[in-house]
Design a protein around this ligand. Structure first.
Ligand SMILES: *[C@@H]1O[C@H](CO)[C@@H](O)[C@H](O)[C@H]1NC(C)=O
Ligand SMILES: *[C@@H]1O[C@H](CO)[C@@H](O)[C@H](O)[C@H]1NC(C)=O
Ligand SMILES: *[C@@H]1O[C@H](CO)[C@@H](O)[C@H](O)[C@H]1NC(C)=O
Ligand SMILES: *[C@@H]1O[C@H](CO)[C@@H](O)[C@H](O)[C@H]1NC(C)=O
Ligand SMILES: [Zn+2]
Length: 566
């Protein structure tokens, strides 16, 4: 702090003596200005630091390392938007989709991998699996023959294929049999002879996969399920209705009108189906681990890497994919740059990107299944080494709320001992949003995203999302406006993401304000828990139980995707 006074002295002397030395004095003047700026900036930085220390003290944060930069402060909106633009370009080069089985998905995995490998020393690992019958090639066909009259139907207007439908290429017409009631009971199927015929069944009461399973059990040769016309949105064809995994028969979902036409024609209908499907091979999960911290005490942070077929998937879930990437890149930089003096965590942090979430959480379920096998290693992941799971899926909805995952609803298989920790994670997020003067809402955990297999496996879980196809109520809008300011509560009676699972889920569908906040909240949560002395005790005050029995995967399907499971 000696420079300013020296400069002051020579300047005041010089000004009186000579005008020829003007450039020199301008230089000196700039130096003074620079010095003052430096001092002011220094003071501001000091103020921030003092504020931080104060806020740490008041929050009773376990972080007692004053010099440590804050993880949340590293999260920059520009970084988030930059990587999202890259995903948009990847989708644009792949016919507008990043769904599994497309080049857009593969390019997404390559992008994540390259970013991690080029910019960090995180240990990157891939695991690959196959999703059967996942990719449809060409346009599926449906023909009927009613009283000798042959008709051809329009794909996506009259019918769509059901996900996991097997392929078919009937060389002759096959008799159609209408299943009484809703085809949920064995007795419905036993009352008619459906063997080697096509079954026609109305949606409703039991889950889609259950009906496909019954159709196979009673040896139908194919299945046509039709919409039930019980509400204005239950007449059309619905795309990507899921059958069960491992389906062995072809299955289509029909509009209500086409279904009724077949019902009306009763016993005189014959059907031809033609559909070409193939397996999606080499679907990958990526996980990237910090090299420090105990491997038997791991914090897992996950999001999905795939999009749906009918859009670029930029908010869903490009925003989660990129949010997770920006978290990984910044935490790696903090931990790996010694000059930053960032205090190391005692826990390993593992960032994962799950493939095939959109078709039924297949990537995350695969990972948890592998983690339960006796052959699982610490490196590949053993469920017992995972302390908690944080999920980030849909972080930038245009009409967002801040939905903090909450154990108010959980899947029925969830062990009790996973709940206290999940509640503490929820409290942590609630406290952060309160401190930031931001509103928040509760978001149930009974289904909807990749936390399901972890939570049911017994791992305390949490996270934040900004809303999918659900509707923001006037009440919620008003609550948000009361905190964010009049006019900032968003649109009432409109979807959180009006482009949810649609073509328009593009880069301009993103809400940067909400996005930055959620990723900062995520950074805060990781840092807070990473600094706790005994995270395991904090999460599991009554000890842990691992749920090792295999769950029924079909029941986790419809989640945040198709709001109607039935
Ligand atoms: C895009 O679609 C066209 C026509 O369906 C197809 O020929 C092409 O291979 C597709 N490109 C990619 C990258 O999937
Ligand atoms: C599908 O079948 C394969 C092989 O028959 C089996 O290993 C796998 O567990 C089955 N998956 C489901 C979900 O039933
Ligand atoms: C089916 O029959 C009912 C009753 O006869 C009739 O109201 C309806 O329009 C018919 N629907 C179709 C699609 O043919
Ligand atoms: C994506 O990558 C996997 C694994 O390398 C490969 O098997 C698959 O054919 C690729 N798919 C496309 C559409 O490029
Ligand atoms: Zn989705």
């Amino acid at each position: 702090m000696t420079t300013p006074s020296n400069v002051d002295g020579s300047q005041s002397a010089g000004v009186e003596k000579s005008v020829t030395k003007k450039p020199f004095y301008i230089f000196l003047g700039l130096l003074v200005l620079f010095s003052i700026t430096t001092i002011v900036l220094g003071a501001v930085a000091l103020g921030i630091l003092i504020n931080r220390i104060n806020s740490m003290n008041t929050e009773n944060s376990p972080d007692d390392n004053n010099k440590s930069p804050l993880f949340a402060d590293q999260i920059k909106m520009n970084d988030l938007m930059h990587h999202l633009e890259q995903l948009q370009m990847i989708a644009d080069q792949s016919n507008g989709t990043r769904a599994i089985g497309t080049r857009g998905f593969n390019d997404t995995l390559d992008y994540i991998t390259k970013q991690l490998e080029q910019n960090t020393n995180l240990i990157v690992r891939h695991e690959y699996f196959t999703v059967k019958n996942c990719v449809v090639q060409g346009t599926p066909q449906l023909k009927s023959q009613i009283n000798g009259l042959v008709e051809d139907y329009a794909y996506l207007t009259d019918f769509a294929h059901m996900l996991f439908s097997s392929g078919a290429n009937f060389d002759s017409f096959v008799r159609l049999v209408s299943i009484p009631n809703l085809g949920c009971q064995d007795s419905d199927w036993m009352s008619v002879s459906v063997t080697d015929s096509i079954a026609l069944v109305k949606r409703g009461v039991c889950a889609f996969p259950d009906k496909t399973q019954l159709a196979e059990k009673y040896r139908a040769k194919g299945l046509l399920m039709y919409n039930d016309g019980t509400a204005s949105d239950r007449f059309q064809v619905v795309q990507y209705v899921r059958g069960h995994l491992n389906m062995t028969i072809p299955a289509y979902f029909l509009s209500y009108n086409l279904g009724m036409k077949f019902v009306n024609a009763s016993t005189n209908v014959n059907i031809k189906m033609k559909i070409d499907v193939r397996d999606a091979e080499g679907i990958g999960n990526i996980c990237a681990d910090t090299s420090t911290g105990s491997k038997t005490k791991t914090i897992v942070v996950g999001s999905h890497s795939d999009g749906v077929l009918d859009g670029s998937g930029i908010n869903d879930n490009g925003s989660g994919t990129v949010g997770n990437l920006v978290l990984a890149l910044n935490l790696a930089r903090l931990l790996e740059t010694t000059s930053l003096n960032y205090a190391q965590f005692s826990y390993r942090v593992r960032f994962c990107w799950w493939g095939a979430e959109e078709v039924g959480l297949i990537g995350s379920i695969y990972h948890v299944e592998q983690a339960l096998l006796p052959s699982a290693t610490i490196e590949s992941g053993r469920l017992q080494d995972y302390l908690l799971y944080l999920n980030y899926d849909m972080l930038a909805s245009s009409n967002s709320n801040f939905g903090i995952l909450d154990s108010l609803s959980v899947p029925p298989e969830t062990p009790e001992k996973a709940l206290p920790g999940s509640d503490r994670i929820r409290n942590l997020f609630q406290q952060w949003f309160n401190d930031q003067k931001l509103p928040w809402s509760q978001s149930g955990m009974s289904g909807g995203s990749d936390f399901v297999p972890f939570l049911t496996g017994g791992i305390a879980s949490g996270g934040v999302n900004t809303g999918a196809g659900g509707i923001k109520s006037a009440n919620e809008r008003d609550q948000y406006a009361a905190i964010l300011g009049i006019g900032n509560g968003g649109l009432a009676n409109a979807a959180y993401d009006s482009c949810y699972h649609q073509q328009c889920d593009r880069i301009n569908n993103v809400n940067p304000f909400a996005y930055e906040k959620v990723v900062k909240a995520a950074a805060y949560a990781i840092e807070y828990m990473g600094r706790l002395n005994d995270l395991e005790k904090w999460l599991y005050p009554q000890g842990r139980t691992m749920n090792v029995k295999l769950f029924n995967k079909n029941q986790f399907y419809d989640i945040h995707h198709d709001p109607d499971l039935f």
